[in-house]
Design a binder for this molecule. Sequence first.
Ligand code: TEU
Length: 534
Amino acid sequence: MMDLNLITGITSQLEHFVEAGVDAIWMSPIFTSPMVDFGYDISDFYDIHYEYGTMEDFKELLTRAHELGLKVLLDFVPNHASTESEYFKKSEAGDPEYKDYFMWADPLWVDPENETNRRPPSNWVSQFGGSAWEWSEARQQYYLHQFAVVQADFNFRNQVVKNEMFNIMKFWLDIGADGFRVDALPYLMEARPEDHNGSYPDDPLSGLAQFESHQLGYTIPLYTKDLIDLYPIVYEWRDFVDEYNKEHGGNTRVLFSEGYANVTMTMLYYGNEQGDIGAHFPFNFDFVTDLNAESNARDFVYTILRWLTYMPYGGVANWVFGNHDNNRMPTRFRHDMVDGLNAINMLLPGVAVTYQGEEIGMRDGYVSWEDTVDVEAINRGDNETYMLYSRDPARTPFHWDDTTSAGFSTNLTTWLPVAEDYTEINLKKQMEDSRSHFKVYQALTKLRKEKTLSHGEYDIRAFSDQSFFLVRSLRTYDTYVLLFNVGLASDTVSLSRVTHLTLPATVYVSSINSTRLAGDVISENALTLASGEA
Ligand code: TEU
């Protein structure tokens, strides 16, 4: 067998995406990096990380993907650069061109008796724990890092930095990337001393801080997150991508924005009422942050409708069920909800986003403290508490089959250990089994191509605390109905309450824990759904 690296490995398996019915893939960062934060600490924005492959390998991946009709999106990480980057090294050394590339600031206070006793410019905290300010001996100033110490925040009030971001985007679009998932946008801008009597304002302490008399880690990020001046930057990026599309043909290059924020701030990534346009869509994390195994049917309906209600007119919705930062979908919900959740994802209007493994119902892997590599878990946890923070369990290798390391590698040792259940849950088995999560997933991605599902109206309502329905209809085309019992007991529902539904109806897709099969005919008005059945 040919020796494969990460990139040629993906190229060799691109048919999986075609088989699964996927149209586009997003790769987390593949750029040169010391790999402190899974490649989100980029030291060269213009090159491929050596362990992952070469530029030639990546070009080959693009060619093959495009031949197969797949789009390839890259991760664009504008908020910060690795302290190993040339940008940072030159900035720290005071090179005039790079001097203001990052958020440098003098200490707020220095002990006149002992100069090593100094206080950072504000109480701002890093997402990964501890102060967001780090002292540089070389420069005798603090720099800001909203994530790891080695991820220095760019200064977005510096036009040179803003220009450089266009250069980076252009570079990868020229190579053939189809667009970007844009990382950590809420953190792009911070409050300026100029607007706060000359010094960086402290974030207010949360209630918890006063009770536990903790200074760090219990603040409300008022001055470091969701600042209103970050959105125009996103609108400029969209203009850039539109312009690029115009010049190079095709109207298909896209921007998806990543940021956890409340619904109002999130919707601003789409654009504003003044007519500025931003991301093609901001990731919708509601299924990740607001729903879980405890949620009832009304919570599902309410949460789904919130996005659809707040979304600006003409916007494209999207649904995210997991990613590399959160526990896997079957682990946060219940194992028997996998097919029902994939069905909502596919049948709701808008873009369906699948984190690798959701198509086969992969669960979190077990990663011991010794094997933990996630910087957040290491910084914030210890050998007892790390699991509260660790993102590693969702990052263990994909299960291709039941051979060594689940077919991910021919090595017995992989970068994170393979989850133990790989002999039970793997793609090969699910392709062979007559009924499987993967087969359900395939049926759903095929069904999505129906005009009703791509263009139709929707209605969604709870039958009870346990079950809800989603209807998609379009004039004289077929109507599609999803019934889902998210509760723990069986539930009998009355189909007469489902709008647009004419009985009898044909079952198109059913979950592996449904008693019904595709092709079955449903005519009963009192229909009993088992727990988790869709
Ligand atoms: O995450 C951005 C983000 O908002 C994080 O706070 C996220 O909520 C956190 O990782 C949860 O534990 C992006 C990337 O997806 C993440 O992997 C990176 O670590 C982070 O940016 C820094 O680049």
